[in-house]
Design a binder for this molecule. Structure first.
Ligand code: MLT
Length: 255
């Protein structure tokens, strides 16, 4: 199984993902928040690539059952219901609701991967579940790091390296691209203490400066869920694995 890491979405175009299996990661904070929202009972998430489209998409959905969420410069956008802190996405707030979600790097990366055969949403929260799933799938795949402002970022690369190491411990049949090899090495250097690595990273420092230090602690939680969100037909839902048949639950009113 060949594994490649795309270190920034700017390195490829949408068609690059055509027919591939892609894991999208933005550990600080978009994919951590998406996983948290679904874990806490959100019905579905519609990731979008612009604020304008978020407004349009939410106006086509059912009033009261839809929340519009996301950030600009880490802060909640005027007129949105929620920002991008995973700590905001409690069951009482988002349970049963559809969430239209825009973030600066994370949701754009997810939308960029839309031509993939399969798009998996990952973070440290579900790393082991994703590793097990991919090892069993035994197909080549891409890890798309959302990065920061079209550049490399440390925290997503550390995630990529740790995911690869875990898959390598589950499967004999792994071949790595150069970026895959480099990610494993970077994870060995920086991945021993995730909270510390976050607080040394550029985006981690920015989040601390903006009052989100608690989010760093939360985003560093490892393997607190087996949920594997999948992005298909414009919507993210949790994958349910039943008798080795794979299906994404229920789809949706809005596509
Ligand atoms: C993003 O998508 O750029 C991030 O999730 C930013 C943030 O920390 O809110």
């Amino acid at each position: 199984m060949k594994i490649n890491v795309v270190l920034s979405p700017a390195n490829v175009d949408e068609l690059y993902f055509s027919g591939k299996t892609t894991v999208v990661v933005d550990v600080l904070r978009a994919t951590t928040t998406i996983i948290t929202a679904l874990m806490n009972g959100a019905k579905e998430i519609v990731p979008v690539g612009s604020v304008e489209f978020a407004m349009k998409a939410s106006s086509n959905m059912f009033g009261g059952q839809t929340l519009i969420c996301g950030e600009r410069n880490a802060k909640k956008i005027d007129g949105f219901n929620l920002g991008n802190s995973p700590l905001e996405f409690a069951t009482e707030v988002i349970g049963g609701k559809s969430l239209v979600f825009f973030t600066t790097n994370g949701t754009k990366a997810i939308v960029k991967a839309k031509y993939s055969d399969e798009v998996i949403i990952a973070s440290f929260l579900n790393l082991s579940a994703v590793a097990k799933y991919l090892a069993e799938l035994n197909k080549p795949f891409e890890i798309l790091c959302a990065g920061r402002n079209s550049s490399f970022c440390l925290e997503d690369t550390v995630f990529a390296g740790k995911l690869i190491s875990e898959i390598t411990s589950l499967s004999q049949d792994v071949e790595l691209s150069d970026s895959g090899l480099a990610s494993v090495s970077i994870a060995k250097t920086f991945g021993k203490n995730l909270k510390k690595m976050f607080s040394e990273s550029e985006h981690g420092k920015f989040l601390i400066e903006n009052g989100f230090e608690e989010d760093l602690k939360y985003c560093a939680k490892l393997n607190i869920t087996d949920d594997i969100p999948m992005y298909a037909t414009n919507i993210i839902k949790i994958l349910h694995q039943q008798n080795s048949e794979r299906q994404v639950s229920g789809l949706s009113t809005i596509s």
